[in-house]
Ligand binder design. Structure first.
Ligand SMILES: [Zn+2]
Length: 237
């Protein structure tokens, strides 16, 4: 009977694949049976930054004298029409949340043996506003954070940093303007939870760094906190 169930389950899965074939989240080609999330070609062409192996990279230069951090890294380079842009788009707007898990697993493997990760106490995802979270149904960094939580044994805390004001698209605004309007957008609740802790702040894409800067500064106001920063992608200018 159990075998029967398994048999029908297999048929069901195969049928699903015929009715809803799986496409590569990088190049949109049909995935082969043994491929998941992205095809083998895209896997070989993932635009990895290798930040985790570098002592000095773009993030250090972007935040020099602005945000002090212990460790910083992005996994992929985000380029126009590139694989990372496609992945981020599908993760954010097409409910392909397993992309976050996939990238989180790759990132965890990269940093598993880095000593700095032994000192990180908690993971804090950059939050969405309640209203946005309700509309989208999920925060695009959640599955990435969950993969890090599982692989690196660092707990996620998502009730300390909150987004209190919902702003419309900020694409048109300059960095200065954005910082000005971002100032009171994020706030800290239950500050005692993170007192004295080393926090890994996680966001989806590092573009100007404005969002991370504001979040980091809010966290660093809490007594004896330290910050490390990870994003799934980094926009190359
Ligand atoms: Zn592909």
């Amino acid at each position: 009977c159990f075998n029967m169930i398994k048999f029908f389950d297999q048929i069901h899965k195969n049928l699903l694949n015929v009715v809803f074939p799986a496409f590569c989240n990088g190049c949109s080609k049909l995935l082969l049976k043994n491929e998941k999330i992205i095809c083998t070609t895209c896997m070989h062409h993932l635009p990895l930054t290798h930040h985790h192996n570098l002592k000095d990279h773009e993030m250090h230069r972007a935040f020099y004298g602005i945000v002090p951090f212990e460790f910083g890294a992005s996994l992929l380079y985000f380029r126009k029409k590139g694989i990372a842009q496609q992945l981020m788009h599908n993760l954010k707007y097409k409910n392909q949340q397993e992309i976050g898990t996939f990238l989180g697993n790759i990132f965890s493997k990269n940093v598993l043996d880095l000593p700095v990760f032994n000192s990180i106490d908690v993971i804090i995802p950059v939050p969405l506003h309640k209203k946005r979270l309700h509309e989208r149904g999920y925060n695009q960094v959640t599955t990435f954070c969950e993969a890090l939580e599982k692989n690196l044994a660092i707990p996620i805390i998502d009730d300390v940093l909150v987004k209190s004001i919902n702003l419309k698209s900020q694409i048109q605004k300059s960095k200065e303007n954005r910082l000005e309007t971002n100032k009171n957008v994020f706030s800290i609740e239950n500050a005692h939870i993170i007192e004295g802790k080393h926090i890994l702040l996680v966001d989806d894409i590092f573009t100007t760094g404005a969002t991370i800067e504001v979040c980091a500064k809010e966290i660093l106001k809490i007594k004896n906190t330290r910050i490390s920063i990870v994003t799934m992608a980094y926009t190359q200018s």
